[in-house]
Design a protein around this ligand. Structure first.
Ligand SMILES: *Cc1c(COP(=O)(O)O)cnc(C)c1O
Length: 417
């Protein structure tokens, strides 16, 4: 977001005009930022011969966003059969979609096989059942390297007691199953969790996966997952992707030399690609001064952006309507009838009723976690492409809220007495 002649711009489009056109609250995504982040990633790993980025689409699954990534040459990482179907609808080739579910039924995995996408399995029991049912289909195995990463326990998935992946200590068992059932293992995968602060921690997990890879002779790819952190504040910590690319690239190439074949190196970032592209714009309903604080109460809540309450995530907040105004301290809160805080003690230029506030880093896990709690409509989504704002999801209506409800009274009336 930039400030030009007293007006905030998102991707070159005037932010307040977007609210005038499409209403508030509204999610706004800048396609140029997604492209910039994708290219940062590919150039960071440019020394790797075969590189594939699979956008972890659970972060932001709007079809138009998926198409932005398809056009960049990205693949998709999916965690449900519905995401697989969205990817196919967005025009991805089945082969460019990896299905990485956890605790889903074998039937759902079979549905993904029927769609022709790549399969990642994270459970030895399921691997055996899979081998029985689909003896010809090559698979990838998700290994848990037991490296502790993740900024918050809810997003840390690689530790010893995590439900994700097959423990690195169970690889000998996996190898027995593979041999007994004559399975073709085409890939190994790890995903240690979100928010890696330290490249060295990531590289330790990589070493563990590489040592396992040496035991699998038919590999075509190694997927090192994601967890790349983006800054949430000015000067905030972030994964140094360029440094990681430098070090991991060398190590990967060295490994391919030992392995005797150029494997494909895969990553599956979500947050890194879309977090910074998104802003959530809300309107101030009330300014309320209590004995202790000044609250700015906005026309949204944890039903639309749950990350602050769920992960204690920080979203930088800016008052778009009063640039250059006198700075005051606010608690920015939502309208949901329980503790519903977007930000505490935030310095904002003076907030008045009707002012539009923007929350940054709202591209990943933001709209996607929105709900209808309190019977509120979910917000609209807008994407800015080349300075033009386009509606990519309309705001919901009462019909959307009621669409799946079955009204027993109506049924009763329609049954003749
Ligand atoms: C969620 C998820 C990702 C993406 O994580 P980010 O922190 O958003 O980059 C990647 N891989 C798998 C298997 C996931 O479940």
């Amino acid at each position: 977001m930039t400030l030009q002649e007293g007006r905030y711009q998102i991707g070159g489009a005037d932010a307040l005009e977007i609210v005038e056109r499409f209403g508030a609250p509204v999610y706004v995504y800048d396609a140029a930022t997604m492209k910039r982040q994708y290219k940062r990633m590919t150039s960071a790993f440019s020394k790797v011969k075969r590189l594939r980025i699979n956008f972890a689409c659970k972060a932001l699954t709007n079809l138009n966003v998926l198409r932005v990534f398809r056009e960049l040459g990205s693949g998709l990482d999916t965690v449900s059969i519905q995401e697989v179907e969205m990817g196919l609808l967005a025009g991805f080739e089945p082969h460019d979609i990896l299905f990485t579910p956890n605790c889903v039924s074998l039937d759902e995995i079979s549905q993904a096989v029927a769609k022709g996408v790549r399969i990642n399995i994270d459970n030895i029991e399921i691997l055996e059942q899979f081998g029985d049912r689909h003896p010809e289909v090559p698979v990838c195995i998700r290994i848990n390297p037991h490296i502790m990463a993740g900024g918050n326990s809810k997003i840390s998935v690689g530790h010893i007691d995590s439900k994700f992946g097959i423990s690195i200590h169970q690889v000998p068992h996996v190898l027995k199953v593979v041999e007994a059932m004559n399975l073709k293992i085409e890939g190994l995968h790890m995903h240690t969790g979100s928010d890696i602060y330290d490249a060295q921690v990531f590289l330790r997990a990589v070493e563990i996966l590489l040592s396992a890879a040496a035991d699998f002779p038919d590999l075509d790819y190694l997927d090192f997952g994601s967890g790349f952190k983006v800054p949430y504040k000015e000067g905030g910590i972030a994964t140094d992707i360029e440094d990681l690319g430098e070090q991991l690239g060398d190590r990967f190439n060295e490994f391919c030399g030992e392995y005797g074949r150029d494997l494909e190196l895969m990553f599956e970032p979500g947050k890194f690609l879309v977090s910074e592209a998104g802003y959530f714009l809300v309107k101030t309903n009330v300014v309320k001064t209590t004995t202790a604080s000044v609250f700015a109460g906005v026309d949204s809540g944890l039903n639309h952006l749950i990350r602050p309450m769920f992960y204690e995530a920080y979203h930088h907040i800016t008052n778009l309507s009063n640039p250059g105004g006198k700075t005051r301290i606010y608690n920015v809160v939502g309208y949901i009838c329980e503790t519903d805080t977007f930000g505490i003690n935030r310095q904002l230029s003076e907030v008045r009723e009707g002012d539009i506030l923007a929350m940054a880093n709202a591209g990943a896990y933001s709209f996607m976690m929105a709900s209808n709690y309190n019977s509120r409509f979910r917000p609209a989504e807008v994407m800015v492409i080349d300075g033009e704002a386009h509606l990519i999801r309309r705001r919901e209506t009462m019909e959307d809220l009621l669409g799946t409800q079955v009204d027993l009274n109506v049924l009763k009336e329609s049954v003749p007495a």
